[in-house]
Design a protein around this ligand. Structure first.
Ligand SMILES: Cc1cc2nc3c(=O)[nH]c(=O)nc-3n(C[C@H](O)[C@H](O)[C@H](O)COP(=O)(O)OP(=O)(O)OC[C@H]3O[C@@H](n4cnc5c(N)ncnc54)[C@H](O)[C@@H]3O)c2cc1C
Length: 494
C-alpha cells in the first residue's frame, strides 16, 4: 500500500472520525487507519452509552441538538440548564484545579457548537431518560449536567460517524496498524503501517493521531499508573495500547498531563480481561450512591454519597483496586432496588440475595461475615433519617459519627430482600498523553509545534486529572477531533 492523502488519521473512534469529517469538510482527501478488524473497530467510543456532556442554556439549545423532541417530552420533562459556568466549575472542581485552562476553555466553549456540528454530519441525539433522570411528581427531572446521548449508544454513534465518513468519500482501512511516523526536514509526512503482516507507508501532508490512551497495555499501566494496575480489568477496546503516544514521543513530542492518573470504575468482578461488545458498559455498577460498598474486611472505604454519581464514579475504581484482593461488594435493600440502573439486571452479574442481613453477610464471598454485619449495624444506626430522601438533588441525608461518612442518599438497610453485587476495578482510559496547542497541534519538548502532527481524544494530556465529569470523554474527542481535522486540512494544503 503506497498512497498519498492530504490528511491521514490514526484510529477510528469518535475523535478520529470527527477529525476525518472536519478535514474532509475543508476539502482534504482523507484516509483513516484502524488497527482493529471492522467488527471490533470504533475503539472505546463504541463501548460507551453515548452519553455526551455539553453546555446548554435551556430547551431552545436542546432543540438545536434534538429537533425531534416531542411536545409530550418537552411538557413532561424538566431538562434544567447546564451553563458554560457549570461546565467550567465541574472541570475545575473534579480535577482539583489542575486542568489546563486553555484546553478546558476549548472543551467547554466549543461543546455546544460541536454538538450542532455533529448533528449536521448525520448524528442523532436523544435525552438519557433511563440513567440521568428520575420521575418526580409525574415529571422527569434531569440531574448532574448530563442530559443527552447518541441515538443507539456507542454503537449507534460509531456507525453514524462511519457512514458519514464513507458517504463523503473518506477511505477507512481496517486491520491497518500505524507503527511509526515518517518525517522529512522535521515535518511529519506520513505513517508507517502494518496490514496483515506487511509493512508499507502512507503519505499524508498532515497526520492526526487519535488512537486512544494506554489503558489496554498492562505493562504501561503498571509502569505509569503504578503497581497493581496490571490487575485491573479493561472496560473497553483491547486496541488502545499507547501506540500513538509512543510514536509521537519517539519524534520528540512533549508528554503532558496526569500520567499516573486514569478513569476507572466499579466493574463486575468476574468480567473478562477486556471489554465485550455484546455487554458494552453493562459490567459497570454505578448505583452505589443508593447503597453501601464494603471490602473483604467488611469495612466501608469511600463516601458512596459524596456527590452525584457523575462526579465520583471515575475515581472510585482506583479505591477498589487499592482494597485487599482488589474487590468489593455493593449492598442495597428493597427500598432502592427500583432506582438501580439497567446494568444490575443483566445476566453476567455476581449477585447474592438474602432475606436478613445475617444471611446476606454469610453469602458475601471472600468477606469477613462478622465484620460486615458490624459495619451494617453501625451504618444503619448512623443514618440521619429525619432528612427526606431525594435522588434528584444532593439531599444531605447523611450519616453521623462514622469514620467514613456517607454524605447524601443514606438509607437504613432494613427492607428485605437485600441484594449485593461483587465488583472490581475496571479501567476506562488513561489521562496522560501529549501536549497540544489551540489547533490541537502536537508540541515538542522545546515547546514548538511539530509541523504536520495533530492529536485528539484520550491521548491529549492536560485535560483530566484525578477525576472526570461523566460524558466528557466523547465531548473532548469531538471538540479536539474537529479542531485537529480542520487544522490538519489547512496545513495539508500549503
Ligand atoms: C465501557 C465504557 C463506557 C464509556 N461511556 C462513556 C460515555 O457514556 N460517555 C463518554 O463521554 N465517554 C464514555 N467512555 C469514555 C470514552 O469511550 C472515551 O473517552 C472516548 O471514546 C475516547 O475516544 P477516542 O476517539 O479518543 O478513543 P477510541 O474511541 O478508543 O478510539 C481509538 C482508536 O484508535 C485505534 N488504534 C489504537 N492504536 C492504533 C494503531 N496503532 N493504529 C491504528 N489504529 C489504532 C483503536 O482501534 C480505536 O479505533 C466510556 C468508555 C468505556 C470503555
Amino acid at each position: 500500500m503506497h498512497r498519498n492523502y492530504d490528511v491521514v488519521v490514526i484510529g477510528a473512534g469518535n475523535a478520529a472520525l470527527c477529525a476525518a469529517l472536519a478535514a474532509q469538510e475543508k476539502g482534504a482527501s482523507v484516509a483513516v487507519l484502524e488497527c482493529a478488524p471492522q467488527e471490533e473497530s470504533g475503539g472505546n467510543s463504541r463501548f460507551t452509552a453515548g452519553a455526551i456532556r455539553f453546555a446548554y442554556r435551556g430547551i431552545e439549545d436542546l432543540l438545536q441538538v434534538m429537533p425531534d423532541l416531542s411536545e409530550e417530552e418537552i411538557k413532561n420533562t424538566d431538562f434544567g440548564v447546564y451553563t458554560e459556568e457549570n461546565f467550567f466549575d465541574d472541570m475545575f472542581r473534579v480535577t482539583r484545579f489542575r486542568t489546563d485552562p486553555n484546553l478546558t476553555e476549548m472543551l467547554v466553549k466549543r461543546s455546544f457548537e460541536t454538538m450542532v456540528w455533529m448533528r449536521s454530519k448525520g448524528l442523532r441525539f436523544v435525552p438519557i431518560y433511563g440513567r440521568q433522570a428520575f420521575k418526580i411528581d409525574g415529571k422527569f427531572k434531569f440531574w448532574g449536567g448530563l442530559t443527552v446521548e447518541a441515538w443507539g449508544g456507542g454503537e449507534g454513534l460509531v456507525e453514524a460517524l462511519t457512514e458519514s465518513c464513507k458517504t463523503r468519500g473518506i477511505e477507512i482501512f481496517y486491520e491497518t496498524r500505524a507503527t511509526g511516523l515518517i518525517q522529512q526536514d522535521g515535518a511529519v509526512t506520513g505513517v508507517i503501517v502494518k496490514h496483515r503482516g506487511k509493512t508499507s507507508e502512507i503519505g499524508g501532508r498532515a497526520v492526526v493521531i487519535a488512537s486512544g490512551g494506554f489503558e489496554s497495555n498492562a505493562e504501561w499501566r503498571t509502569r505509569y499508573l503504578g503497581p497493581g494496575w496490571e490487575l485491573a480489568k479493561v472496560r473497553g477496546t483491547r486496541f488502545n495500547t499507547g501506540d500513538g503516544i509512543r510514536m509521537a514521543l519517539e519524534i520528540g513530542a512533549s508528554p503532558y498531563g496526569n500520567w499516573s492518573g486514569c478513569h476507572a470504575v466499579g466493574w463486575e468482578r468476574n468480567a473478562p480481561e477486556f471489554g465485550d461488545l455484546a455487554v458494552g458498559d453493562g459490567f459497570q455498577k454505578h448505583s452505589y450512591p443508593f447503597g453501601i460498598i464494603v471490602n473483604g474486611a467488611g469495612k466501608r472505604f469511600v463516601d458512596e454519597g459524596a456527590d452525584f454519581r457523575n462526579y465520583t464514579y471515575a475515581k472510585y475504581g482506583r479505591e477498589i483496586l487499592n482494597q485487599p484482593g482488589q474487590f468489593a461488594w455493593q449492598i442495597f435493600d428493597a427500598k432502592v432496588t427500583h432506582l438501580l440502573r439497567d446494568e444490575y439486571r443483566i445476566r453476567q452479574v455476581t449477585k447474592v440475595s438474602a432475606n436478613t442481613l445475617e444471611e446476606l453477610a454469610g453469602k458475601l464471598e471472600d468477606v469477613d461475615a462478622e465484620a460486615v454485619l458490624a459495619t451494617l449495624k453501625e451504618y444503619n444506626a448512623a443514618v440521619q433519617t429525619g432528612v427526606p430522601f431525594n435522588p434528584t438533588v444532593k439531599d444531605g441525608r447523611g450519616t453521623k459519627g462514622l469514620a467514613v461518612p456517607k454524605s447524601n442518599w443514606a438509607n437504613v438497610l432494613d427492607t428485605p430482600p437485600f441484594e449485593a453485587y461483587a465488583i472490581t476495578c475496571g479501567i476506562t482510559f488513561t489521562f496522560g498523553g501529549l501536549r497540544v496547542d489551540a489547533n490541537a497541534q502536537v508540541i515538542d519538548s522545546d515547546m514548538r509545534p511539530i509541523p504536520g502532527l495533530y492529536a485528539a481524544g484520550e491521548m491529549v494530556g492536560g485535560i483530566f486529572y484525578f477525576n472526570y465529569p461523566g460524558g466528557t470523554g466523547l465531548m473532548s474527542g469531538a471538540v479536539f477531533g474537529r479542531t485537529a481535522g480542520g487544522a490538519a486540512a489547512a496545513a495539508g494544503k500549503t
